[in-house]
Ligand binder design. Structure first.
Ligand SMILES: *[C@@H]1O[C@H](CO)[C@@H](O)[C@H](O)[C@H]1NC(C)=O
Ligand SMILES: *[C@@H]1O[C@H](CO)[C@@H](O)[C@H](O)[C@H]1NC(C)=O
Ligand SMILES: *[C@@H]1O[C@H](CO)[C@@H](O)[C@H](O)[C@H]1NC(C)=O
Length: 415
């Protein structure tokens, strides 16, 4: 009897460990997350002020009782893992804690996540330096740390991360200069360092031949326009103290958006800038430009939709040929030294134009008759000129200059 009773039991006990092994090995043992990656996730959490971790944040779901890469349900949100090809460990590939409300530091051990491809910590309150250990990343393509309080300079280690395609460090408190060495990052297509405290000259960036977008606006950069990669589509340098001429930009045949506003650029706004084949938006306001050159646009449809050159020192007549830019809708030429009459051709375009600001110039004479009928559809101003501008037209609200300001304006501005 004993043997009868014993044998099914012994078979059971013999089989069980085998069964456990068979089911556990493929699911758990082979796919566990690398221990040191888990340690880094711990370190990330420890460097965050616990009071800033709200119950709705992804970081609050980091429950270290489960394996980060094997978690189910609402655990370990905000991370993605690599799928190992063999029986090696899972690695952390993506960390996305954007807008999580986190306050604290970024742990230097982050560099140990050598398989990371995307690090997105945008819109938090991280402070302190960007750790130099980011130099250890070997696969990262997107480093997105904008809208935090990171301070200090660009870490030297950044120039070792050759896999980077997309760097967004805008809206932080970063300072120091932009190192010339950054052009070693040949894969970069998008570089955004705006709204920081970077100073000095912009280095030669022409080596970044894949670069599409360069945003260095709202810093304290000075000097003249640097050498830039010729495939640029978006160039944003507003709110700096950059000076000199802009004729160099005529070689940027792919440029779509150009914002150089609030700098010290001077001289001529060349005709070639407005006729760039793909240019759609140009903002040159708040500079020291003195002349705008506009030629008749004929060869192909112009893409230009917006031209803002207000608040410069532009003199001469209103550029008549603007009417040949068939997609142009918004024109800002106020706060300059323009004089003479408003061309009758402008009147004909009023059905199409949406925005026309010409205030604070020295324009004179009567306004074309179309202004009286179209004035409701168009947003803009003709105020503070030397015009006969009927008060019942919205565009004329604000009044004109006193006659004493208008005498001899033409001859003065030719000098
Ligand atoms: C990170 O890597 C360094 C060097 O390989 C090692 O000494 C350290 O223990 C690692 N840290 C963690 C948290 O894994
Ligand atoms: C899988 O793990 C075993 C035991 O650790 C090892 O001997 C083997 O080489 C590994 N196979 C691969 C493809 O890495
Ligand atoms: C052009 O730039 C100035 C200064 O940066 C800004 O205030 C203005 O809104 C911009 N113009 C347009 C049309 O966006």
């Amino acid at each position: 009897m004993a043997t009868i009773l014993l044998s099914p039991l012994s078979v059971f006990w013999l089989k069980t460990p085998l069964a456990i092994l068979l089911t556990l090995i493929p699911c758990f043992v082979f796919s566990l997350t690398l221990e040191s990656d888990i340690q880094v996730l711990h370190n990330i959490r420890e460097a965050i002020d616990p009071n800033s971790i709200s119950s709705t944040s992804f970081l609050s779901t980091w429950n270290f009782k489960t394996d980060p890469c094997e978690s189910t349900g609402p655990h370990f949100l905000g991370i993605l893992c690599t799928i190992p090809e063999d029986n090696s460990s899972n690695r952390i590939a993506v960390i996305d804690l954007e807008g999580d409300g986190l306050e604290g530091f970024l742990t230097p051990t982050i560099g140990n996540l050598t398989e990371l491809t995307i690090l997105n910590l945008r819109k938090n309150k991280f402070r302190g330096p960007i750790p130099n250990t980011i130099s250890m990343f070997r696969k990262i393509t997107k480093l997105l740390l904008s809208q935090n309080f990171f301070s200090g300079g660009l870490p030297d280690g950044l120039n070792k991360v050759k896999s980077l395609e997309n760097i967004d460090l805008s809206h932080n408190r970063l300072s120091g200069s932009i190192p010339a060495k950054i052009s070693v990052l040949r894969s970069l297509s998008d570089l955004r360092l705006s709204n920081n405290e970077f100073s000095g000259k912009i280095p030669d960036l022409s080596g970044l031949w894949q670069l599409n977008t360069l945003d260095l606006s709202s810093n304290q950069l000075y000097g003249t326009l640097p050498h830039l990669p010729k495939n640029l589509r978006t160039l944003l340098l507003s709110h700096n103290v950059i000076s000199g001429h802009v004729s160099y930009l005529r070689r940027f045949q792919h440029l779509k958006t150009l914002d150089l506003s609030d700098n010290r650029f001077s001289g001529l706004i060349e005709k070639d800038l407005l006729t760039l084949p793909e240019i759609g938006r140009i903002n040159l306001s708040a500079n020291l430009f003195t002349t705008i050159e506009v030629i008749k646009f004929t060869d192909r449809p112009s893409q230009l939709q917006l031209l803002d050159a207000h608040n410069n020192r532009l003199h001469g007549h209103l550029p008549l040929q603007l009417v040949t830019y068939e997609n142009l809708r918004a024109i800002y030429l106020g706060h300059n030294l323009l004089f003479g009459r408003i061309p009758v051709e402008y009147g004909v375009k009023l059905d199409f134009w949406r925005i026309l600001f010409l205030e604070y110039n020295f324009l004179e004479g009567t306004v074309p008759k179309e202004f009286i009928n179209s004035a409701k559809r168009i947003r803009g101003s003709l105020a503070h000129n030397c015009l006969h501008c009927p008060g019942n037209i919205n565009l004329c609200h604000g009044g004109q200059r006193a006659p004493s300001e208008c005498i001899g304006q033409n001859s003065r501005d030719h000098s």
